[in-house]
Write a protein that binds this ligand. Sequence first.
Ligand code: ADP
Ligand code: TYD
Length: 216
Amino acid sequence: MLVSFEGIDGSGKSTQARLLAARLEAAGIPVLLVREPGGTALSERVRALLLDPALHIVPFAELLLFSAARAQLVAERIRPALEAGQVVLCDRFYDSSTAYQGGGHRVESLAWLRDFHARVTGGLRPDRTYLLDVPPAVARRRRSDRGTDRMEAAGEAFFERVATTYARLAEDEPERFLHLDGTRPPEAVHAQIWADLLPRLADRRGTPVSGSGSPG
Ligand code: ADP
Ligand code: TYD
């Protein structure tokens, strides 16, 4: 089972991915947690290029670099983990490229991107996607304690377009996305995600999964 976390920078994705990974481990479910861009030697090097504030990268090149990192991550880690029966948690997946490069930078149409992503991932699609919705100003405040990377240097209007595109994706695929209010405390958001995922895990395994495991 493949689960992805999406949202603008500072929306709380990494926090939720970590909480869910810990919860799954506590319930005895094998889990792989990866982040994008990254997760393989090649993808981490591509990440360093993408986030380097000293580089000017045109939007189409940016799309190709994120996609190259993704193709490698899918082949090297995600597919083998899925084949081994692990639950794979992705801190960002191809919806990030649709939202940031498609919505934010207006690279190609959403239909073109959908087809392109399917080629990059070999048709792999998340079973469930948790979209953390936080107003851009709140997300910026949450990020204020860390340095600004190349992507985060984009202005508020850019992040508004990214957020609007995410909302549209969630509307277009309501059976895959769960759109969550990310302004609530982390534990409250996590409880909603766990309640949503638990029955899906049970369906997948054909047996009930104990909901008593706690994170940490
Ligand atoms: P992202 O991975 O989306 O960039 P993080 O999980 O790294 O976001 O969170 C960004 C910052 O906001 C961190 O300092 C984190 O502790 C804090 N944070 C995460 N979730 C919440 C939340 N629900 N409410 C308040 N602060 C949060
Ligand atoms: P990261 O530090 O991982 O951000 P966050 O903590 O919010 O996840 O940096 C990843 C940056 O790259 C972030 O600004 C989003 C951007 N991004 C894209 O623009 N397109 C993509 O396909 C992906 C995966 C990330």
